[in-house]
Write a protein that binds this ligand. Structure first.
Ligand SMILES: Cc1ncc(COP(=O)(O)O)c(C=O)c1O
Length: 446
């Protein structure tokens, strides 16, 4: 009943999106250009909405519905949507042309800024996406160590390259999506975060491991924070065995304060991959780290590692928007503290509510990252493995639908707070969740 009612409301409010969706599935496989952008809705008979504009904490769809948005341009828009400072600088620079396929001064400025802010970043190579950055970082690690094996975390998301797309989104035990080599053929081994037996894997493979790559907070994997103790031990063990440690900070970089998360953790990896926020909402990827490793990618280096392609690498608008964003973030300490605290308290309040009512919903995340999972049964304080094992994807899709119907847009349940969010927005989320968590998790799905 609840599902039917919610689908009815959604259809009534989105006639234009529905029409466009019917067109989209004819010309795009699955109707989308990024798998998660269906928001899961087709599995319960719905369809995704099409966004036409954005401002501050809001996005607006083509049917003129306005949403309080926590998806935040896939975590990139930490200043909120369409921030005036970025608008202004992009407008100014557009007059000069926007793509030259040459060097520009801006890439030196952005690289210098990243180096100044982060002791672990001695040199930087830019590319256009986080996917490329992680692919190149592991290539550098293999070349530097002259070893083949890469260890990645189960559910760690580093983009869908052939190199690292293993044990992601429902595929486990080293599984790769169709069309890719088997993990052992591709030189990939996986481990689980926060588990001691992961160190047995490292010891067993220590002489063959080129690198261990992981996100300090699993993003696409569901907003799970890796314990600091686990990360510290990873650093110790990798140093002991000459294995490179790569932190994928594509989401966490500049999200919690105006530098990489590794500085707060006081754990400096050998290489770091970056993206999203540092491009100010324009396409970007970057690899930073120890000079002697990154320098292998220099065309002047004798043992050159080819990470040289990319028509749009160092894209001028990305460099300019990124620089301006980092400049604004430098002056945003109060906003950082505010959204970090609001996020922490929201996760806490949501989980208290779900537990008090024995509802099989759980909030995960860290500071301003807040995600929601619907499970097939209630477990008090479920573990990472339990949340994955009992994930109820259809109900999670119903949760997204019910949120849209109440003016809240998110993905992975919610996503992340931006600096455009206020305390009132958090109360709004809390109120809506108190209204929908029970019917979402308990009503019939037939
Ligand atoms: C941690 C992490 N690494 C890498 C990527 C891939 O980045 P991109 O989508 O820019 O290729 C993502 C994307 O969501 C990510 O979250």
């Amino acid at each position: 009943m609840f599902l039917k009612e919610e689908l009815g409301i959604f259809e009534r409010n989105h006639p234009k999106s529905k029409k466009l969706w019917e067109k989209a599935i004819k010309v795009l496989p699955g109707g989308i250009s990024h798998n998660i952008r269906t928001f899961g809705l087709p599995i319960i008979g719905g369809f995704p909405i099409f966004i036409s504009s954005s401002s501050g904490p809001y996005v607006k769809d083509i049917d003129d519905n306005k949403y309080l948005d926590f998806w935040n341009g896939h975590f990139a828009m930490i200043l909120g949507h369409n921030p005036p400072e970025i608008q202004e600088i992009i407008k100014q620079h557009l007059q000069n042309g926007w793509h030259f396929g040459t060097n520009t001064p801006y890439q030196i400025e952005l690289a210098s800024k990243l180096i100044d802010d982060n002791p672990g970043v001695e040199k930087v190579r830019f590319c256009t996406s986080g996917t490329e950055a992680t692919m190149y970082a592991t290539r550098l690690a293999r070349a530097y160590t002259n070893r083949k094996l890469i260890a990645k975390a189960v559910m760690g998301w580093h983009g869908a390259s052939d190199t690292l797309c293993y044990d992601v989104g429902g595929l486990v035990n080293g599984k790769a999506p169709l069309g890719q080599l088997k993990a052992e053929e591709a030189g990939i081994i996986t481990f689980t975060i926060n588990q001691d037996d992961s160190f047995d894997m490292i010891q067993k493979n220590s002489s063959q491991l080129a690198a261990i790559i992981l996100e300090p907070i699993l993003g696409g994997g569901g907003g799970f924070a890796v314990n600091v103790e686990f990360l510290k031990r990873l650093r110790e063990e990798t140093e002991k065995y000459g294995i490179l440690l790569i932190f994928d900070e594509v989401i966490t970089g500049y999200r919690f304060n105006d530098s990489l998360l590794q500085n707060n953790l006081k754990i400096i990896p050998d290489l770091t991959t970056m993206g999203k926020i540092i491009g100010g909402g324009f396409p970007i990827g970057a690899i930073g780290g120890k000079e002697e490793i990154i320098e292998l990618s220099s065309p002047q280096s004798k043992s050159q590692v080819l990470i040289g392609g990319g028509t749009f690498s160092g894209y001028p608008l990305s460099m300019i928007a990124g620089l301006k964003t980092l400049e604004v973030l430098k002056k945003s300490q109060q906003n950082y503290s505010r959204i970090n605290e609001e996020g922490t308290s929201l996760i806490h309040r949501l989980n208290n509510f779900f537990n008090d009512h024995k509802l099989p919903v759980v909030a995960t995340g860290f500071k301003s990252i807040v995600m929601l999972h619907v499970m097939s049964k209630w477990i008090k304080n479920p573990s990472f493995n339990e949340i994955l094992e009992f994930a109820d994807k259809r109900r999670e899709a119903l949760l997204q639908l019910a949120l849209f119907n109440r003016g809240i847009s998110g993905l992975h349940g919610l996503g992340a707070l931006s600096m455009a969010n206020t305390h009132e927005h958090i109360i709004q989320v809390m109120n809506v969740m108190e209204e929908i968590a029970e019917p979402v998790s308990q009503s019939s799905l037939n």
